[in-house]
Design a protein around this ligand. Structure first.
Ligand code: FAD
Length: 269
């Protein structure tokens, strides 16, 4: 039985796990391969304090190393289901069943159905974050595929910083075209030449993992302690809303880790 189990080994999950260890708790962090993490694919990160001009993979390696050095147990697996027994959580991760007093969900955002060419060109002209990658495309043609009104604002932001922006909302079909990098995107049979396609999906799958969890729009609803409406379940990072950024994920991970540990300590009394 762990004090805390963390789902997702991205910045939020690792930060939560480190902060459980900092409080003397036992913690396991379960996540899919680091190479599948969105941050791993980032060409360059310039807005995380103290770590300028690092690649996403360098940043992830540093986070993972830090967590390991603090005694965080890491497990490469997908969490398939979870339920609360009345005094603790049980989860299946691959073939294993894990138990913990409290859980931090830090699963990022579910990208939903991917479009042809999308996975192939992530980091080479496909981006999920205008604030993160917009500056790389100043003075260049970009396309924004949006799914809600907030996405139009991101397209406007790109225009403001000097990207020549075409915005299309809720298309039925999208196909990314390129050779080594993106050169165009086909949206509902209209071909838009561009160097980057920003795909801004707000979709989320945590609701299927945790039936009854409350949402705030498409994101998980939490209070200021990062607690969800379910007992002993906390959430942190991109799964709780925008901006989808590392610094926010790490900060929320700290709060969620500390509060989950507090819950576990009370549950053990
Ligand atoms: C190309 C690119 C460039 C970016 N550039 C920047 C930048 O410059 N600056 C910046 O601040 N941010 C940037 N970001 C955003 C940054 O990567 C995210 O904000 C950050 O990774 C969010 O951290 P997180 O821990 O909340 O979620 P994630 O990093 O998404 O981690 C969640 C992890 O949980 C795993 N997971 C989900 N469900 C399960 C499950 N059931 N079982 C097991 N594992 C699960 C996922 O596979 C994923 O690995 C960029 C992102 C991309 C894609």
């Amino acid at each position: 039985m762990y004090d805390v189990m963390v789902i997702g080994c991205g910045p939020a999950g690792l930060s939560a796990a480190v902060n459980v260890r900092q409080r003397g708790g036992s913690v396991i962090c379960v996540g899919t391969a680091k190479e599948n993490n969105p941050l791993w694919k980032a060409e360059r990160i310039d807005n995380y304090l103290g770590m300028p001009s690092v690649t996403g993979s360098q940043m992830m390696e540093a986070f993972i190393e830090h967590a390991r050095s603090m005694g965080v147990e890491l497990k490469k697996e997908r969490v398939l289901n979870a339920f609360y027994t009345g005094d603790h959580w049980m989860m299946s991760a691959g073939a294993d069943v894990l138990e913990a007093y409290a859980v931090v969900f830090a699963g990022g955002i579910s990208r939903g159905k991917t479009w042809p060419g999308e996975e192939e060109y992530v980091g080479r002209g496909v981006s999920y974050c205008a604030t993160c990658d917009g500056m790389l495309y100043r003075g260049k043609d970009v396309a924004v595929i949006g799914y809600g009104s907030a996405d139009k604002e991101e397209a406007e932001y790109l225009e403001q910083i000097g990207c020549r922006t075409v915005y299309r909302e809720k298309p039925k079909t999208v196909r990314i075209i390129g050779e080594k990098k993106v050169s165009a995107v086909e949206v509902d049979s209209e071909t838009i030449p561009c160097e980057c396609v920003f795909i801004l999906r707000p979709s989320l799958a945590a609701s299927s993992l945790f039936p009854g969890i409350e949402l705030n729009g498409s994101y998980l609803k939490t209070d200021e302690d990062m607690a969800t409406n379910l007992p002993g379940l906390y959430a942190a990072g991109d799964c709780t809303g925008r901006p989808l950024q590392v610094a926010r994920a790490v900060g929320q991970g700290l709060v969620a880790g500390q509060k989950a540990m507090e819950w576990a300590s009370n549950a053990k009394k």
